[in-house]
Design a protein around this ligand. Structure first.
Ligand code: HEC
Length: 277
């Protein structure tokens, strides 16, 4: 019985393109999943959302005990207060989203045809502020955008990632993001893929390196249980480790990277905001 259930879950996680969707990203994702499956034959796909913790039972149990009484609960609660405070015109963040924002973060980033741009969840939040006559937040401001999204993304906990690449325009952005992920850069001549694909499961300095699948499901993270990092801030830290000048948080380059990167986690459930080392 348990085996049957596991097989069904695995089948559900192997997405196939609908007629309108471009098959190339699906092929990329399947190739990558097959690569990891060979590398880590005993790991189930659901475990990839643990990131590097998936390689150590000790680290995983430490994670679960920290998450039970997370030291950053107050930050998430402050984020909830921002979300629930009305704008000067009396409207709320929730009014900018279908279903009051529940399940919405799982659909981002998305391709906006009219703008020919990738729109992240954070950009949508800033659009909401501006449409309601408020000032937008800086994408790397932990005290505003950071804590607000630590709550707003939680409204999608348990929802499967659903990033869609349909039109030619969307595919072009996906390919831009893919190129950034695989491009060797900086003095060390490394790409994101060098570490998170080729060296996933190995050590970089004193840290085990996570696989790229599952990466985008749980941001923001609280490193050391204390320091909030949005996904773009985390990208920037990795770019610094590569000895590359980081692209700006909230800019199109990191957003296109996020579009490609999130597609790899399609069907994996969201779970914000979590502890990381
Ligand atoms: C030199 C190796 C290296 C390179 C190159 C690298 N990273 Fe990382 N990355 C790490 C390490 C080490 C960590 C921390 C341990 C972990 O979570 O994998 C990390 C963490 C991350 C995380 C957080 C995972 C989590 O669950 O908290 C993301 C997302 C990420 N990297 C994305 C990228 C992207 C995108 C690039 C390319 C711009 C990149 N990394 C380049 C080594 C690298």
């Amino acid at each position: 019985m348990i085996k049957v259930v596991i097989v069904i879950i695995n089948l559900l996680l192997l997405a196939t393109p609908s007629a309108a969707e471009n098959p190339m990203p699906f092929q990329d994702r399947e190739n990558l999943l097959n690569f990891y499956k060979k590398k880590f034959p005993d790991k189930k796909i659901e475990e990839y959302t643990y990131g590097a913790l998936m390689f150590s039972e000790d680290a995983k149990s430490q994670y679960h005990s920290i998450m039970q009484f997370a030291p950053f609960e107050e930050d998430i609660d402050n984020g909830r207060q921002i979300w629930e405070t009305p704008f000067k015109n009396g409207k709320y963040f929730a009014d900018c989203f279908p279903a009051n924002g529940v399940g919405e973060a799982a659909k981002y980033p998305l391709y906006d045809k009219n703008l020919d741009k990738i729109v992240t969840f954070e950009m949508k939040i800033n659009d909401c502020l501006e449409e309601n006559g408020e000032s937008p937040f800086a994408h790397n401001d932990v005290k505003t955008m950071g804590i607000l999204t630590s709550y707003a993304r939680k409204l999608s906990d348990g929802f499967p990632t659903k990033v869609v690449v349909k039109s030619e325009g969307a595919l072009a952005k996906y390919l831009n993001g893919k190129e950034i992920f695989f491009k060797r850069m900086g003095q060390l001549n490394l790409s994101c893929a060098s570490c998170h694909i080729s060296h996933a499961g190995n050590y970089f300095r004193d840290e085990l390196i996570s696989p790229a699948v599952g990466h985008t499901t749980h941001f923001p993270v609280f490193r050391g249980g204390e320091f909030l990092f949005t996904l773009h801030m985390r990208y920037q830290r990795c770019m610094e480790a590569m000895r590359v000048t980081p692209f700006p948080a909230g800019g199109q380059k990191l957003s296109e990277l996020e579009f490609f990167h999130s597609f790899l986690s399609n069907n994996l459930p969201l779970h914000s905001s979590v502890y990381r080392k």
